[in-house]
Design a protein around this ligand. Structure first.
Ligand SMILES: [Fe+2]
Length: 392
């Protein structure tokens, strides 16, 4: 294992712990070591956001010529597969409509050189957001996956991405804001010292709308931040999508670079797709289903026999745990009992087709503070209704 691979494994476990804890927090550089370098992230920005991609003029000229029957030579394909969201450049709190001339090009030998020349070209402090950097190379993508794999094991499939923040702006160009579509952010501070300010969004009220999302910065925050942290290069700051946040530079005029690692809340699959996949998996295909057997019941002291040929299955979809049984699905209602009920399902899947099991044995093996014997009997009753189990 290389040193970087070992650092990524170590950092991934620390990020997972912060995610489980759920409150804004910081991991210091000394504790996790270097995960990304400024120049490599700058090269990723150059690869994913070339000037040609930001400008649509060339494509329009080609379209005009084609529509007049002229022979048009198409440019060679750009290396990145999917351009995704374009880079955005901000100056004085406003977004530049045509950012192409200010994007880094091959003539910029380093991040600092580009930041200096862009400051001069725009005539002052500026900020840029460069999303989608995981598309720069398999190495870039692999590092994001290494850091997120343990957390994605908790959330189920999600959209995840890098988003770089660069420039020499004194504070977040779009103001203190909240990103409700995001599950979480880890931001790696790569260069420049900054202060991060965080407010728990769930306790804010209508009055706070005056300063939250005030991109012009005309209204000062009406309440003290719940957490403030000073970031040095190499530190990683974590916040969940519930928190209002923003950053201020501690070295006015110095270029900063922050690399956000983001997991979105929305699943890349629709709920209907997940449900359909579970239906097919737990029926081994498709068939006409009998009406659920409402008379089936399970009581302590009974012996049950496995009737369903295909295993019980489950999937996480956004915040829901969806369980598939014999071609039908149900939502598991609460989080605390997820682990024990999945343990019960795993044990039942181990049972051979036609084999028997005692209800009392299942209750004593799987009872948990969040899933008592009475609730286990109810779960077994539902499995009886759906045809997975039957009285022996
Ligand atoms: Fe944000």
């Amino acid at each position: 294992m290389t040193d970087l691979a070992a650092r990524l494994t170590h950092a991934a476990a620390r990020l997972e712990a912060l995610f489980i804890d759920g409150s804004p927090a910081v991991l210091r550089a000394a504790e996790i070591g270097e995960l990304f370098s400024v120049e490599e992230v700058f090269a990723w920005i150059q690869a994913v956001h070339p000037r040609e991609r930001a400008s649509t003029a060339a494509a329009k000229i080609r379209a005009v010529k084609r529509s007049w029957g002229l022979d048009v030579e198409e440019p060679v394909e750009l290396p990145a597969p999917d351009p995704g969201r374009p880079a955005e450049i901000y100056k004085d709190g406003a977004m530049i409509l045509e950012p192409a001339p200010f994007l880094p090009g091959p003539e910029h030998g380093s991040y600092a050189e580009w930041a200096r020349s862009t400051h001069a070209a725009l005539g002052g402090a500026f900020g840029m957001q460069a999303p989608g950097l995981e598309g720069a190379s398999f190495e870039a993508l692999a590092r994001l996956q290494a850091l997120f794999a343990p957390i994605l094991g908790h959330t189920g499939p999600r959209t995840y991405r890098y988003n770089a923040f660069v420039g020499d702006y004194p504070r977040t160009p779009f103001g203190f804001h909240v990103d409700p579509h995001q599950e979480l952010v880890f931001q790696v501070a790569l260069t420049g010292r900054r202060r991060g300010l965080f407010w728990e969004g769930l306790v804010l009220n209508e009055d706070d709308a005056a300063w939250v999302e005030d991109a012009n910065g005309r209204v000062a925050p009406q309440r003290e931040p719940d957490w403030v942290v000073e970031l040095e290069p190499g530190d990683v700051v974590f916040w969940p999508g519930t928190h209002v946040h923003g950053f201020e530079s501690l070295d006015a005029g110095e270029p900063i670079m922050g690399l956000s690692l983001v997991i979105d809340r929305a699943s890349p699959r629709s709920r209907a797709e997940v449900v359909r996949a579970l239906e097919v998996e737990t029926l081994g295909g498709a068939a006409t289903l009998p009406v659920p057997d409402e008379r089936a019941y399970v009581a302590p002291g009974m012996t049950l026999r496995r009737l369903g040929a295909f295993p019980i299955a489950h999937a996480l979809w956004e915040d829901a745990l969806i369980v598939g049984v014999c071609g039908r699905t149900l939502d598991w209602p609460d989080r605390e009992s997820r682990e024990p009920v999945l343990g019960l399902f795993a044990a039942l899947n181990q049972l051979a087709l036609g084999a028997s099991v005692e209800v009392d044995a299942l209750c004593s093996a799987h009872a948990h503070e969040a899933l008592g014997p009475g609730e286990i009997v109810e779960v077994l009753t539902v499995l009886g209704n759906l045809g997975f189990l039957v009285e022996a």
